[in-house]
Design a binder for this molecule. Sequence first.
Ligand code: GLC
Length: 567
Amino acid sequence: MKQIISRLAAFLVSACMAASIAAGQTSSAAVDAEGHQWWQHAVFYEIYPRSFADSNNDGVGDLKGITLKLDYLKDLGVDAIWISPCFPSPQVDFGYDVSDYENIDPMYGTLADFDVLASEAKKRDIHIILDFVVNHSSDQHKWFLDSKSSLTSAHRDWYIWRDGKGPGEPPNNWVSTFGGSAWKLDPATNQYYYHYFYAEQPDLNWRNPAVKDAMFDVERWWYKRGVAGFRLDAVDTLFEDPDLHDNAILGPGKNAFGDPIEQENYNKRLPEVHDVLRGLRKVADEYGAVLIGETWTSNIAELNAYYGRGNNELHLPMDFLFTTVDKLSPVEFRKQIASVDAASGWPTFVISNHDKVRSYDRYGDGQHNDQIAKLMAALYLTLRGSPIMYYGEEIGMKTTPPTRKEDVKDPIGRTGWPDEKGRDGERTPMQWDSTENAGFSKGTPWLPVPPTYRTHNVADESKDPNSVLEFYKKVLKLRHTNRALLDGNYTAINESDANVLSYLRVYKDHGVVVALNMSGTPRKMSLELKRNGFTSAKRLLATEKSEAQGDEVSLEPYGVFIGELTK
Ligand code: GLC
């Protein structure tokens, strides 16, 4: 009887898996004995599509360009690509103003190009994650066009409309994070609509069940097309206080846009956000998909809240607290890693993205930037959790902001100049080789290619065994194949060392030690192996002059040592 039941169960499991794979969906089956799912062993890679690869030489990257680079990504060790918004958009915020959630912007190609990308990615076992802009649409979306058309239009309540406080006075004091009041008067109906970002990005009204249904349908639509999950944009700001209480003003200072600095208690991280996340997750679970969240949390309690009680919200809330450690400080990193490692869900680590200064400059000292880029790779790619890389990080791309206001493309760089130069600097074209325009495009790139393409590009670095790129490949290969790096626990060692960050990753009998010299002078130290049940460490990957003998490791300035532990 027992045998029959277990055969029946096995049959049902395989039938369900076959059905879901036939529908182009990702299986949520565990990939190891620990019950981990694919995304827990995956390395994610963010592609900013405008800047990755331009197949039609119009100066802007496109989906065909991404398809052409899939072999590169596979060889690098990438398991999933997150493509920043590639949907139809007036491009006021470069795609984060979506005018149609279920299509591809002609500048990036067609739905057919997307399908080719999806099937080619699948052949290489690369998952596709799209960027779901849930907080707002474009003001050119048909929902908003209808919404603003009259006080009684079918979509009026799909956005946040309110009367002003008095003539010329917005409904309250909330400011847009991109400058100025967060309210814009629409003269046709004499009401204001709310926009946390640009005025061209009106906030959707998630209190309206019709909005929820429509957005959940969008989610399903893409899963059915083979998408393995979403990065959810700006989830902190999904809800606003319905009574529109003014935010408190934090002191007399002003931000780069000349606005008062507010404590955003009434328009950020409202508890209702979690209901929506649970709803999006329920749909994701139907398809075995993964949800990554753009979560600007200021402490671990806030991060934990995003996993949800019982882990029923985001699978991977991005931990930007890690990027707030803006210097090579073992003490600070240790503190941050320990708290994330103890968080209630699977950790995810990010060091760069399209809104932040690149890690290359954040940590670089101007002299040892390449060594430091390798050190950072050895750090965040060997932690327990899923890393999210940013294109170009693996070749040591440098933030290259415009030097003149007239060259700025990102609107916040124009309104906030010179204090806020915008985000062009971290969005420059990918540096593929040392030919003109770094091999990104034969046309004029939408943003200038940084001069560093001559020394930092994929083609040349692929030929140099000591390049940043080759180091990334080695670390990524190790993390994909080493049991302890995939599944091992994290244990900090030498916890009071102010120069070297070191830790063990241990899974059953397998152990790995990672020692990272965050200082510019050579260091020697004990690896505390005996105390942890091991005797020595055999080199798996290390920088040239870093090595271990028995329990002692010697590290060159900014040196890395990763070793297999033996009993
Ligand atoms: C997110 C995106 C950012 C965009 C904003 C508004 O923060 O990462 O690039 O400008 O949302 O959509």
